[in-house]
Design a protein around this ligand. Structure first.
Ligand SMILES: [Cu+2]
Length: 557
């Protein structure tokens, strides 16, 4: 543990300068099969990774640095071989090319992106665009970057192969910056002090290859699929349990989990606080200090850690994880999956150069505040019940699949919000685990979490009718809004912003406010968001998404 240094992820600029003015740029980024060393003492692993060239491709892929208001166009090229490096399963809804090859399609997570460039699971393509899925329409994707500065990431989204393609390495960070908006915050900056931490759990075979189960939990139903992939090795920026040398000063870390299914409860071993300044693609209005934060698959926390307050005798601080898997009631963590990485604090007391960065009391000027979620909820014109189900085999008792609203992905679209509207989504989780809910295109925010009472009765009724109103959902909600008995929970302070992931707790109903417009100014999308092939919303546990906790949504004019 802690023998490899944390790699710096290479950067690619998504804009160019013409006479000093930033203008749109077209990038070509390939997907390559190559070898990657995750640990000094482990043989090289076969990976599928993004890069400008095979030589420069990395796990995770390069950070795309974009500017707000300047478009980035990316031609995503698949150079992958005929056969996948990981097992797959044709019995879950899957892209199956007739002539072999690895289907891929890229989604920019948290991107306000036109439907044609959003990476529909059905818009997949194989090497050289030899075969394409039914919704494929273009080889170059258009990212307008009109949204506020924030943290995004790109990853594969191919039908039924998302869990394998990400596990193989098809992930990478994407940042939108706006110096006018961000400079007044004076947060730690520059490539030394503003770093990405891309967390991914993996298991490895003794020959160095990435381990993925080749047999399902109930192979009579799905020969390979299992409900969750958990790796025992925690990698950060492509190294297992790396270390990072830090000076006694403030650092900004953009922490993104690209794990398939593992939740993390991230802590520092000396009990020091993280100061959370943003989550997913939005800043918080004010920084929030916390000793730990729960990081689900696909979620982002943008934090500042101040090493200047570290005692002189402390030279090493571990980043630890104590989230049971599956979350929240699964196996407790233990060595090695309870360790993430280590900071080695330089003995020298004064940093060089001196640390002039700050964490201001207000991150966003009042005039630039995001709409309040309470006010947004009052504007809502529709309430929908979105229900998460898990199904078991009567014979083996094993989980066979998961659905939203009891429907398959290929069933007709039922969520058709009006462009520019705000809706309340009451998201009900009838499964024993938590699920990170993700909607493409839009940002959303949880208002409250209510524990359901008489859960078994309610679940029985819902499994038969899938109608929350007929099943008297109100009678299964806490009778008091008091948070004293823990049946109604407020949202934790460090998540009170417009999110791209909301963690939906087991046995609960989470009230989520969804704004179908540009969240920062209630303005229209800068493209036709009603165009084909529309969008999807899904659980971001990739093994759930693939089988098949995912549904379409289509915006109407
Ligand atoms: Cu899930």
């Amino acid at each position: 543990m802690y023998v490899d240094e944390l790699p710096k992820i290479p950067k690619i600029h998504g804009y160019k300068l013409r006479r000093g003015i930033p203008v749109a740029k077209k990038l070509t980024i390939g997907m390559y099969h190559k070898k990657w060393r995750f640990h000094r003492d482990l043989a090289e692993s076969s990976v599928f990774v993004y890069g400008k060239t095979k030589r420069s491709a990395t796990f995770p892929g390069p950070t795309i640095e974009a500017l707000q208001g300047v478009a980035t166009h990316v031609e995503w090229r698949n150079h992958l071989p005929k056969k996948h490096i990981l097992p797959w399963d044709p019995t879950v809804p899957t892209a199956i090319p007739k002539n072999g090859g690895v289907p891929t399609v890229v989604h920019l997570h948290a991107g306000v992106t036109e439907p044609e460039s959003d990476g529909s699971s059905f818009a997949w393509f194989t090497a050289g665009f030899k075969e394409t899925g039914p919704y494929w329409s273009r080889s170059t994707y258009r990212y307008l970057n009109m949204q506020r500065p924030g943290n995004l990431w790109y990853h594969d989204h191919a039908l039924g192969l998302t869990r394998q393609n990400l596990l193989a390495g098809l992930v990478g960070p994407y940042v939108i910056r706006n110096h006018t908006f961000e400079r007044p915050m004076n947060l730690p900056c520059g490539s030394e002090f503003d770093r990405h931490l891309i967390i991914a759990d993996r298991s490895f075979n003794t020959d160095g290859s990435i381990y993925m189960n080749s047999t399902g939990n109930d192979p009579t139903v799905h020969p390979q699929w299992q409900p969750e992939y958990f790796g025992d090795t925690i990698t950060v920026n492509g190294k297992a349990w790396p270390f990072m040398n830090v000076q006694r000063r403030k650092y900004r870390f953009r922490v993104i989990s690209t794990s398939n299914a593992r939740y993390f409860n991230v802590r520092l071993s000396n009990g020091m606080n993280f100061t959370v300044v943003g989550s997913d693609a939005s800043y918080l209005p004010k920084p929030v200090a916390t000793e730990s934060f729960i990081l689900s698959p696909a979620e982002t926390f943008d934090v500042v850690v101040d090493f200047s307050s570290v005692g002189v005798n402390t030279t090493e601080i571990e980043v630890t994880n104590d989230a049971p898997y599956p979350y929240p009631d699964g196996t407790p963590t233990s060595i090695p999956n309870n360790r993430i990485m280590k900071f080695i604090v330089e003995p020298k007391k004064s940093p060089c150069p001196p640390d002039t960065s700050t964490v201001p009391a207000n991150l966003i000027a009042d005039s630039d505040r995001y709409p309040s979620v309470v006010e947004a909820a009052k504007q809502a014109t529709l309430r929908r019940y979105i229900v998460m189900y898990e199904y078991w085999s009567n014979i083996t008792g094993e989980v066979t699949h998961l659905y939203i609203n009891g429907k398959r992905l290929e069933d007709p679209v039922s969520e058709t919000p009006k462009l520019g509207s705000t809706e309340i989504w009451e998201v009900i989780n009838l499964t024993p685990d938590d699920h990170p809910l993700h909607l493409h295109l839009v940002a959303f925010q949880a208002l409250k979490i209510q524990k359901l009472t008489d859960l078994q009765d309610f679940t029985n009724c819902m499994t038969q009718t899938n109608d929350a109103e007929k099943c008297n959902v109100d009678r299964h909600l806490p009778t008091t809004t008091s948070t004293a008995n823990n049946n109604t929970k407020n949202i934790v302070e460090y998540e009170k912003t417009w999110k791209n992931i909301v963690k939906i707790e087991t046995g609960s109903m989470t009230t989520v406010v969804v704004k179908f417009d540009m969240v920062e100014n209630n303005g229209p999308f800068p493209f036709d968001a009603t165009a084909e092939p529309g969008y999807v919303y899904h659980c971001h546990i990739l093994d759930h998404e693939d089988n098949s906790m995912i549904r379409p949504f289509k915006l109407l004019k």
